[in-house]
Write a protein of this length. Structure first.
Length: 235
């Protein structure tokens, strides 16, 4: 028995530098799943250059969730990806650039599913599995609007599989889904003169504060040493 295609929708949190994408996987009906099948979903999402994934955060976020395993890889086939968190994304055309892909294996136990009430389905049948993916926006070039919207994901592939099937994301079919846009804040061109003035002032102020604290600490240490020497002489 062949499994039905993987159907899902996406939603996003309110615009910010740290948006969260939620995948809503529509669980197939029990009649379309073999009785011996331990159902799982395999997904591959290609990320736009404007956002990144923090591997350490994913490790904590996915622990105990429906995601049983995940990997980050490069479209150029360089193996595991080392994420440069500080790199900005100033180029508008990223078609020829290397992209990051996240591969997910999603289990479908009862504990991770949302049971939708009021539908024509068998008792306890799983209807939807939700998975949250935390993202981080890169520093973007200023715009007049102060924000930029980008399509997410650039590409998505996936399908339902039984647990006995070998895990592979090499030839997953494309998924037709409703595209969503992520809005990230940017600076404004009109703010640039103020930024050029305030930034060096803030740097020099911070440097001066550190120098003041260092000399203040040294003065207190010297004063305490002098008091200790005086106390010894008095004895």
């Amino acid at each position: 028995m062949s499994l039905p295609p993987l159907n899902l929708t996406l939603s996003t949190s309110s615009p910010s530098f740290h948006p969260t994408i939620t995948l809503h996987l529509q669980h197939p009906s029990s009649s379309s799943i073999p009785s011996s099948c331990n159902l799982r979903a395999e997904l591959s999402l290609k990320l736009p250059d404007e956002v990144l994934l923090d591997p350490d955060e994913l490790e904590d976020k996915f622990a105990g969730s429906a995601i049983s395993s995940y990997t980050l890889r490069s479209t150029e086939g360089k193996g595991r990806v080392k994420v440069d968190i500080e790199r900005p994304s100033f180029e508008l055309d990223h078609e020829d650039k290397d992209s990051v892909i996240i591969d997910l294996e999603i289990s479908t136990p009862q504990a991770y599913a949302t049971i939708v009430q009021g539908r024509d389905m068998t008792p306890g049948e799983l209807k939807e599995v939700n998975v949250e993916i935390p993202l981080h926006g890169r520093y973007l070039a200023p715009t007049e609007e102060g924000e930029r919207a980008m399509l997410f994901p650039k590409e998505m592939r996936g399908e339902w599989k039984c647990k006995i099937d070998p895990l592979t994301t090499a030839h997953l079919p494309l998924i037709s889904h409703t595209s969503i846009y992520i809005t990230l804040p940017t600076g404004k061109h009109s703010h640039q003169p103020y930024v050029e003035i305030i930034t060096p002032i803030a740097i020099w102020y911070g440097w001066g504060w550190l120098v003041y604290k260092i000399f203040n600490l040294r003065s207190r240490i010297s004063y305490r040493k002098a008091d200790m020497v005086k106390d010894k002489k008095d004895l």
